[in-house]
Design a protein around this ligand. Structure first.
Ligand code: Q9C
Ligand code: ZN
Length: 336
């Protein structure tokens, strides 16, 4: 399976995040991609698809904010990474405020997602990586792996959060339609619920979104991912959330995945996009499932059983020492 990655993605390197009330080193580090590439070998080249596929998912004002936020943070006399502290999510009037702090709040929902000097460059190339892997699938590859970093599944049309800025999986899923894929399914197997992806496709009946994740009653992002969120309008029934308790191990997880694959099959997709997070592994430092590498391989075998082309998009996974082994175990299941 071809692996897509562009070195410019690693321009994104925030220093720290607010975690459990304390400043901690940022978990979503450039060394994540190095750990993975050490195991997977040289990546295929990423090509530039421009901004149009990004703007098919994200609001122009939000994209402009991402492009300019760090420069405007410095212009306001600040140092380091730009980070908000006021989040107008309740009521959220569309006030066109220019103040950098107001915009950092308006375009995000958490304090764990700073805008660093290289964030736009990294996020832009991460999205281009997903689009390039999509081209490989459209060109006949059975599967392709987009080594996206920064990840994307927590980012919505006009917001960042959870280490995510541009929603790479959503951008690829939207770009797939003009390539002839009418019915797309997105399976999100990151430890955390893919709230951004869910929001983007919530009222879209052609795109089926299914997520298996830690119960948001106990885990981030808390306010999305509950089992009663099933889609709205035309998308009624095209969202399926399968929350699981902390400590879930392989047997339970794989049985739930079987159910997810049956639901996906009922949608009759001609393309499956997998948002893959390795943060379900038992060794992940910030997550609490109990999967091992054999479980990762078994997951991929079940997904491959869908007999549709699969675009795999990297999301989370923070056990940096093991990350390359964990990701390559997952990918190996597609050829087993
Ligand atoms: N530092 C992904 O796995 N952590 N995102 C909340 C604040 C947020 C994880 C504590 C976890 C986001 C792509
Ligand atoms: Zn995650």
């Amino acid at each position: 399976m071809r692996v897509f990655f562009d070195q410019r993605q690693d321009a994104h390197a925030p220093a720290r995040e607010l975690h459990n009330g304390e400043w901690m080193p940022y978990s979503e580090k450039p060394s994540r991609t190095r750990s993975i590439l050490d195991r997977l070998g040289s990546p295929a080249a990423v090509s530039d698809h421009g901004l149009a596929p990004v703007l098919a998912v994200h609001e122009r004002a939000y994209v402009g904010f991402l492009q300019s936020a760090h420069a405007r943070w410095l212009a306001a006399g600040r140092a380091g990474d730009a980070i908000g502290y006021t989040f107008p999510v309740v009521g959220r009037r569309p006030l066109p405020l220019d103040r950098i702090d107001a915009q950092l709040g308006a375009f995000s929902y958490d304090a764990g997602t700073p805008v660093a000097a290289g964030t736009w460059e990294g996020a832009y190339w991460s999205a281009q990586t997903a689009l390039s892997a999509l081209d490989a699938v459209a060109g006949g590859d059975r599967q392709a792996f987009a080594l996206c970093r920064p990840p994307g599944h927590h980012a919505g049309r006009d917001y960042m959060g959870g280490y995510c800025y541009l929603n790479n999986a959503a951008i690829a899923a939207r770009a797939a339609r003009p390539l002839g894929y009418e019915r797309v399914a997105i399976l999100d197997v990151d430890y955390h619920h893919g709230n951004g992806t869910q929001d983007i496709f919530l009222d879209d009946g052609e795109t089926f979104f299914c997520s298996i994740h830690a119960d948001p009653a106990t885990d981030y992002p808390f306010y999305w991912g509950h089992a009663d969120e099933t889609g709205t309008g035309d998308g009624d029934g095209a969202t399926l959330n399968l929350p699981l308790p902390r400590g879930t191990a392989g047997e339970t997880y794989l049985a739930v995945l079987d159910g997810a694959m049956e639901a996906i099959a009922r949608h009759r997709p001609d393309l499956l996009v997998v948002s893959f997070g390795a943060d379900t592994h038992a060794s992940d430092p910030i997550c609490a499932f109990d999967l091992d590498r054999d479980d990762f391989r078994a997951m991929a075998q079940r997904i491959a059983g869908a007999a549709v082309p699969v675009l795999i998009v990297m999301e989370g996974g923070y056990a940096i020492g093991d990350l390359g082994l964990n990701v390559s175990a997952f990918l190996s299941g597609f050829s087993a």
